[in-house]
Design a protein around this ligand. Structure first.
Ligand code: ADP
Ligand code: MG
Ligand code: MG
Length: 528
C-alpha cells in the first residue's frame, strides 16, 4: 500500500491575521488545559506560581493511516518482546553484562549490571516487572518511493510526554472545531484526528502493578529528578491514579530517598519515612516504584546514589522498570535483535514459550520496522547479511564499514535523553579519536529518510520582547507509541496493552529531537 498524500504541501497557507488568531486560541488553550512546563529554576520560587506553555505545532502532522495502525499493532509484539528480553538473564548478561558484554566498557551500564547481578545472587524479593514503554518511529522513504515506518529506538525507562501529547492532540482538535482551520485543507476533518488517551492508559499500567502487589493503603513511589520542569507531564498520572483507583502517590528524589527509604530485612517491604501528617505511623509502604529519573550517569554522582537504586531494587515493591528492563532498553539490544535468529529466540521458539509463540507474520512485520544496524566492534568472523568484501587491517570490520558509509549513518552509545549521537560528517573524526576498547559501547545505524514536510512551530516567549509568532519550518516528525507490560514470576505470562501515541516534530536540519532539550515541539497525528 502507498500513501498518495503530498507531504510537501503541508502546512496549509494561512493569512497573517488567521495565524495570529490561531496562535492566540492555541496558546490560551494550552495554558488553560495544562499543556505546560515550569520556567527555569532561577525564575521560580520553591512552590511554583507560574508556568509557560510547552512548545507545540499549530497543525497536526500528516501520517499515513495504515502505517499509524501498523505502529499501534506492532506495540503488542514489542511489549511481549521486551518483557521476554528482561526475563532472559543469560541473554542480558551476554549483551550488557560487565563480564562478557558491553558493561565491560561502559561504566554506567557496568555499575547497573553489577548491582543487579549481586541482587540476583542474593535472591530477588519481587519476581514481577512493570514496563511503561515507548517505541519511536520515523516515516521512511523506500528506494522505490513507498513509505514505511522504521523504528528509531525502544524506550524502557522514564518515557515522557504521554500526558502532554494527549493534550496537544486535544489542542489540535479544538483548533479544528473552533476555526475549521479556515478550510485551508480538505484533510482537516475530525475523522483524521485520532483520539489519544495516554493518561488513562499509562495510569492503568501503574494501577495494574499496584493491584498485583495487593496491599490496601500502600502507595506508588514516583522517583523524580530534582528541579523537574516537566512536572505537568507527570502530575496528571497522579490525579488519574487517585481519582480512578484511590491510589496515593509519594514523590521523592534519589537524595531524599537516601534519607527516607528502608527495606525490612525479613519481609523486604519498602518503606518511606514520611511526616505523621501523611501517615500516623510515620511510614508508608510502597507497592510500585515508578522512575521518572535514573537513566543518565550524572544522576548517580556518588556511589551512594547507586546504593539507593539497589536498595529499591532489592525490595519487594514492583519496579517500573527493574534494572533488567532498563538494560533491555539499551541500543545495543536493539542492534542485537537485528542479528540472525535473535528475534526467533524470543518470539517463535516453542521450547521456550510453548503456546506463547507468535506467528511468522508478527515477526516479519516487526523485522520490517528495523533499520540496518551493527556494532562498531563487530569482527570479520561475524556473519552479517550485507557483509561486503573482507577488509584487511587492524580496525574492526564494524569501524571500517562505518567510515565507508558515514554519510548515511548515525552512531549511538548506550545513553538516553538526547544529545548523545554522532551523525554523518562528524563520524570520521569521531572514529579517529575513539579508543579501540570503547568500540563495543557503540552501534552504527543507517539513517531513516522521512518525507519532506513542514509545520508552524510555536514556542512560549517569556518576556514582552520575545516573539511568540509561529515559525514556519521544514520539519521531521517522530511518532511514539506507548504501551505497558506486567510480567515475571513462574508462569512468565505477559499482561500488556498498547495505550496511545505521541508526535514530536523538529526542524529538518536539527539531528536530535528532544522536546525537553529545546530542539523540537509536541505535535499530533493527522491521518492521511
Ligand atoms: P535518545 O535515547 O537519546 O532519544 P535516539 O535513538 O532516539 O536516542 O536518537 C535521538 C534522535 O536522533 C531521534 O529522536 C531522531 O531524531 C534522531 N535519530 C536517531 N536515529 C536515527 C536514524 N536512524 N535516522 C534518522 N534519525 C535518527
Ligand atoms: Mg529517542
Ligand atoms: Mg531513548
Amino acid at each position: 500500500m502507498t500513501s498518495s498524500f503530498d507531504f510537501t504541501i503541508w502546512p496549509p497557507t494561512l493569512t497573517n491575521s488567521q495565524l495570529e488568531t490561531l496562535t492566540l486560541l492555541a496558546s490560551t488553550s494550552a495554558l488553560a488545559n495544562g499543556l505546560l512546563y515550569l520556567p527555569p529554576a532561577e525564575k521560580q520560587p520553591n512552590i511554583p506560581s507560574a508556568a509557560i506553555h510547552a512548545p507545540f505545532s499549530l497543525f497536526p502532522s500528516p501520517f499515513p493511516r495504515y502505517l499509524f495502525d501498523k505502529a499501534r499493532r506492532l506495540q503488542n509484539t514489542y511489549n511481549i518482546l521486551y518483557a521476554r528480553i528482561a526475563m532472559d538473564d543469560e541473554f542480558l548478561d551476554k549483551v550488557m553484562g560487565a563480564e562478557e558484554g558491553l558493561g565491560k566498557v561502559d561504566d554506567f551500564i557496568g555499575q547497573l549490571w553489577r548491582g543487579w547481578k549481586q541482587l540476583r545472587d542474593d535472591g530477588l524479593a519481587q519476581p514481577l516487572h512493570l514496563g511503561l514503554f515507548r517505541s519511536d518511529y520515523l516515516l521512511h522513504t523506500e528506494s522505490g518511493g513507498d513509505l514505511s515506518i522504521k523504528q528509531v529506538e525502544f524506550n524502557t525507562i522514564s518515557v515522557s510526554f504521554g500526558c502532554l501529547s494527549q493534550k496537544v492532540a486535544a489542542l489540535h482538535r479544538y483548533l479544528l472545531q473552533t476555526s475549521g482551520y479556515y478550510q485551508s485543507s480538505p484533510s482537516l476533518r475530525k475523522e483524521n484526528f485520532p483520539s489519544n488517551q495516554n493518561i488513562v492508559g499509562l495510569a492503568s499500567g501503574l494501577a495494574e502493578a499496584h493491584n498485583a502487589y495487593g496491599v490496601v493503603g500502600a502507595r506508588i513511589l514516583f522517583v523524580v529528578q530534582p528541579g523537574e520542569r516537566n512536572i505537568f507531564d507527570q502530575r496528571p498520572l497522579e490525579y488519574q491514579l487517585l481519582e480512578e483507583y484511590s491510589i496515593q502517590i509519594i514523590r521523592q528524589t534519589f537524595d531524599e530517598l537516601a534519607e527516607t527509604a528502608s527495606v525490612d530485612p525479613s519481609t523486604s517491604i519498602l518503606r518511606i519515612a514520611c511526616s505523621r501528617d501523611i501517615e500516623p505511623s510515620g511510614f508508608v509502604e510502597i507497592s510500585t516504584v515508578y522512575y521518572r529519573s535514573g537513566y543518565m550517569p550524572h544522576e548517580y554522582p556518588t556511589s551512594g546514589h547507586y546504593t539507593t537504586r539497589f536498595l529499591l531494587e532489592r525490595s519487594k515493591a514492583i519496579k517500573c522498570p527493574t534494572i533488567a528492563l532498563q538494560l533491555a532498553g539499551g541500543k545495543k539490544v536493539q542492534e542485537v535483535l537485528t542479528q540472525p535468529g535473535v528475534l526467533e529466540r524470543f518470539l517463535t521458539d516453542e521450547t521456550r514459550y510453548g503456546k506463547g509463540v507468535l506467528s511468522v507474520e508478527n515477526v516479519n512485520e516487526l523485522k520490517e520496522s528495523f533499520m540496518s544496524m551493527w556494532g562498531l566492534d563487530v569482527g570479520e568472523d561475524m556473519l552479517l547479511p550485507d557483509l561486503e568484501a573482507t577488509v584487511a587491517g587492524t580496525e574492526h570490520y564494524g569501524v571500517r564499514k562505518a567510515r565507508k558509509a558515514a554519510l548515511s549513518l548515525v552512531l549511538k552509545p548506550q545513553r538516553e535523553g538526547g544529545g548523545n549521537n554522532v551523525y554523518k560528517e562528524a563520524i570520521k573524526s569521531f572514529l579517529d579519536n575513539l579508543p579501540p576498547q570503547e568500540r563495543q559501547a557503540w552501534i552504527a545505524m543507517e539513517l531513516i529518510h522521512p518525507p519532506e514536510t513542514g509545520n508552524y512551530l510555536i514556542r512560549a516567549g517569556t518576556t514582552q520582547s520575545e516573539s511568540q509568532a509561529p515559525v514556519k519550518a521544514e520539519t521531521v516528525s517522530e511518532l511514539g507509541i506507548y504501551g505497558w507490560a506486567l510480567f515475571g514470576g513462574l508462569n512468565k505470562n505477559v499482561k500488556e496493552r498498547e495505550v496511545g501515541w505521541l508526535v514530536r516534530t523538529k526542524g529538518k536540519d536539527s539531528d536530535e529531537g528532544g522536546v525537553a532539550t529545546g530542539f523540537s515541539v509536541l505535535d499530533s497525528v493527522l491521518l492521511v
